[in-house]
Design a binder for this molecule. Structure first.
Ligand SMILES: C[S@@+](CC[C@H](N)C(=O)[O-])C[C@H]1O[C@@H](n2cnc3c(N)ncnc32)[C@H](O)[C@@H]1O
Length: 349
């Protein structure tokens, strides 16, 4: 136990349960003790980073073992205590520790530089690779399409027609030079579209939009990619370059209060599709239900690509036991596919 231990208080069973925290980020009023927070970091290390990022597994474990660092984190607002934010903010502010230097010590020594990044930024990973999973669903609608993405971050998922795709048994080349090509393992049942979607109009909204034209915003997005995921980073950089040539419109707004006004701006002769990926985990379950009703009232097609625990009624249709960690893609509340959280695979139902 480093830096004067705040023991993790719970059994392994409890730690396993806590891994769900990483999926759902909406804030409850539950009190958090140092032991709880240690458990959260250990659960992140074991359930999320293990086998994916040995570096983040080590750093999250180091955090869980440092009473000093846990205490600093507990003095931050609840929504600012999560592992991904600490790890990215540290990289962004001062880089990762060199050699075998202890992560917690590294953070404590640079806390005054790291803390403002934690407070001013949030985990808004914008993963354009998720477009590979949206494409087969979008192809089911009659074009031209009008797209609204809620929780769009920088809007990189709003331009699925400007990337290329490699589905293994079929390829969709990008029109633009140097556009990224997203690999996505598609099951035999997946209806891979023959062409890129025809999009007449698009707009996004986000509580905190990121601007593809701003270097600082894009540097933050790149820092949110885990250190070992270098191919993913290369594709993200290529997607940012594509978006910068003709940036998508992403306005500031809340998904419950700003969607209707945005929908009113969509051209009436295009099919309106309102979609989101990896967003509803930021809002409470009752808000998710209200949002579903809102989209229904607007009369748009609703595509949701979310973690399995986020819309349980939808996920229960998707038989997930063989695909731990999979997202569920749904159309108007009906599950249509299991998808890789970063767009790595799609299995049509
Ligand atoms: C993990 S990012 C996903 C970005 C993008 N959809 C993607 O898949 O790459 C989640 C985004 O949802 C936004 N968000 C969270 N709650 C929101 C709300 N109530 N209204 C609008 N956006 C929200 C966050 O600011 C963040 O940019």
């Amino acid at each position: 136990m480093g830096h004067g231990g705040c023991a993790s208080r719970h059994s392994l069973t409890r730690q396993d349960k806590l891994s769900g925290w990483a999926i759902s980020l909406y804030i409850t009023s539950m009190d958090v003790s140092p032991g709880d927070l240690a458990d959260r970091y250990l659960a992140f290390a074991r359930s999320e980073a293990h086998g994916v990022s040995p570096i983040y597994e080590r750093y999250a474990t180091s955090t869980a073992e440092s009473c000093d660092l846990l205490t600093r984190l507990l003095n931050l607002p609840r929504g600012k205590q999560q592992p991904n934010l600490l790890l990215a903010a540290t990289r962004h502010a001062v880089g990762l520790p060199q050699g075998d230097r202890d992560f917690a010590r590294h953070v404590l020594d640079a806390w005054e530089e790291i803390k403002p990044v934690i407070l001013s930024r949030s985990t808004q990973t914008n993963e354009p690779g998720r477009c590979a999973c949206l494409l087969p669903a979008l192809a089911q609608f009659e074009a031209p399409l009008a797209l609204i993405e809620v929780g769009a971050a920088a809007g990189l998922c709003l331009i699925p027609d400007r990337y290329g795709y490699d589905y293994g048994r079929a390829h969709l080349p990008a029109v633009e030079k140097a556009a990224p090509v997203f690999p996505c393992a598609a099951s035999d049942q997946t209806p891979i579209p023959a062409a890129l979607p025809r999009i007449a109009w698009r707009a996004g909204l986000d509580l905190n939009p990121l601007d593809v034209r701003k270097d600082a915003d894009m540097q933050w997005l790149k820092t949110l990619v885990w250190p070992e995921q270098t191919d993913r980073l290369t594709r993200l950089e290529a997607a940012i370059a594509v978006a910068r040539r003709d940036p998508p419109n992403v306005i500031a707004g809340d998904l419950l209060t700003a969607t209707e006004a945005l929908a009113a701006q969509a051209p009436k002769d295009a099919r309106l599709v309102i979609f989101h990926t990896a967003v509803l985990n930021y809002v409470a379950p009752e808000i998710r239900k209200e949002f579903a009703t809102l989209v229904q009232d607007i009369g748009a097609d609703w595509l949701a690509n979310e973690g399995a625990s986020i819309l349980p009624d939808v996920a229960s249709q998707a038989v997930l036991n063989d695909r731990a960690g999979a997202f569920v893609l749904s159309h108007n509340g009906r599950a249509v596919a299991r998808t890789g959280p970063h767009g790595q695979f799609i299995e049509w139902l």
